[in-house]
Design a protein around this ligand. Structure first.
Ligand SMILES: NC(=O)C1=CN([C@@H]2O[C@H](COP(=O)(O)OP(=O)(O)OC[C@H]3O[C@@H](n4cnc5c(N)ncnc54)[C@H](OP(=O)(O)O)[C@@H]3O)[C@@H](O)[C@H]2O)C=CC1
Ligand SMILES: O=C(O)C1=N[C@H](C(=O)O)C[C@H](O)C1
Length: 285
């Protein structure tokens, strides 16, 4: 099969630049376009030069339609309003849309699900192998432990520029815990505590958010019982882990039917009792 031609939207952002570098380093994929918002100071610049890998002859543009028409897939780590719009354009072009954008509302998610009727979409709050394996472990731990005896709290820390909370990953881990307990997260989560809150309700899944400095992404799930605590955690040290996952998702989705898929589907963790993850990374040269 020919190289997959991938467009990066939000190409000048932290993830956008990481994606340009990562696509360029992975066999089977090529940078076919780079999109930024209208008015961005980066319009017209070469995407490769901006990402620090030298010219790729891919100018950054704010006109997605002609770029999508010549591409096989879109990697999108931008903002919710743009992601919803791009999901419509990708559906129109019948190309893969990989969505890493977090902070989407239920209405945004409904529009993305509608677009997935026409093209394959992979959406996940975290594209890394480690976090998706962690989610499987959290689900298993939550299933194994009695909610009357073990309280679940999810703690996350990110860099000072992050705009949404709790993080997409914290919510993904909360969903995993809720699935393990066979409950709905929305009805059993406490996302903020302040003032005289009263005692903790058994069965709640709590969230706590820290922001500061340059932290790429730290997540811990604490299962706290009387006299003992289990902590399952993941620390992201480099954004390349998310970008590699996104490219892997695009290559995987290329041969899939229209539908909304998760990173667990891509990594084969959806059904796995004992996940086999050896040799899942590839690199050029
Ligand atoms: N799922 C995962 O694995 C991961 C998800 N993320 C998520 O990805 C998103 C981006 O994160 P990050 O790269 O740190 O953020 P940045 O702010 O660095 O990047 C976002 C980019 O999108 C651009 N943008 C805004 N509006 C549009 C538009 N209409 N069209 C095209 N581009 C637009 C921004 O431009 P400007 O700044 O000029 O407004 C910016 O360059 C966040 O939601 C984050 O949570 C991040 C890492 C991993
Ligand atoms: O904004 C970020 O940086 C990150 N966002 C994602 C999230 O909201 O969980 C994934 C990762 O933790 C980095």
């Amino acid at each position: 099969m020919s190289d997959m031609r991938l467009v990066v939207v939000g190409a000048a952002g932290r993830m956008g630049q990481t994606l340009i570098r990562t696509i360029h380093s992975i066999p089977g994929a090529t940078v076919a376009g780079a999109i930024e918002r209208s008015g961005s100071p980066h319009l017209g610049k070469d995407a490769g030069e901006l990402a620090g890998i030298g010219a790729l002859d891919v100018p950054i543009t704010d006109d997605p339609l002609p770029v999508f028409a010549k591409a096989d897939g879109v990697l999108d780590f931008s903002v919710p309003a743009a992601t919803v719009e791009f999901s419509g354009y990708a559906a129109q072009a019948r190309i893969v849309h990989v969505i890493g954008t977090t902070g989407c509302s239920p209405e945004d998610d409904a529009r993305i699900a509608a677009a997935a009727r026409h093209a394959p979409i992979v959406k996940s709050g975290n594209m890394s192998l480690g976090v998706n394996l962690l989610a499987v472990l959290v689900e298993q731990a939550a299933r194994a432990l009695d909610p009357e005896e073990f309280d679940i709290e999810i703690l996350e820390m990110h860099h000072r520029h992050k705009v949404d909370a709790p993080s997409g990953t914290a919510l993904l881990l909360g969903e995993a815990a809720a699935t393990g307990r066979n409950i709905a997260l929305a009805q059993n989560s406490v996302r903020v505590r302040d003032g005289h809150t009263g005692a903790r309700r058994a069965g709640d899944i709590g969230f706590a958010t820290l922001r500061g400095g340059s932290v790429v992404g730290d997540h811990s799930v604490v299962l706290a019982g009387a006299g003992e605590r289990i902590t399952l955690s993941h620390n992201a040290e480099d954004r390349t882990i998310f970008a590699r996952g996104a490219v892997k998702a695009a290559l995987w989705a290329r041969t899939r039917k229209p539908g909304l898929y998760s990173m667990r589907d891509v990594l084969g963790l959806s059904q796995a009792e004992t996940p086999v993850l050896h040799g899942s990374r590839q690199r050029k040269g």
